[in-house]
Design a protein around this ligand. Structure first.
Ligand code: ZN
Length: 55
């Protein structure tokens, strides 16, 4: 018997002043180009963890 496992990936546009997993300000809020205000967490660098997981 074959067991089917399905997943769903959702992409959404969040209208927030800060990003979801770090303290970086949203560049859109300040009228800056995308990817201007970044850190290792929001760029997904190896070893970087979301806020709340730092200790
Ligand atoms: Zn960040």
């Amino acid at each position: 018997m074959v067991k089917l496992k399905c997943g769903l990936e959702i992409h959404a546009y969040l209208v927030t002043k800060e990003k979801l997993f770090c303290k970086c300000k949203a560049s859109r809020e300040r009228g800056l180009a995308p990817n201007t205000l970044i850190c290792p967490t929001c760029t997904g660098m190896p070893g970087a963890k979301p806020m709340g997981c730092l200790g």
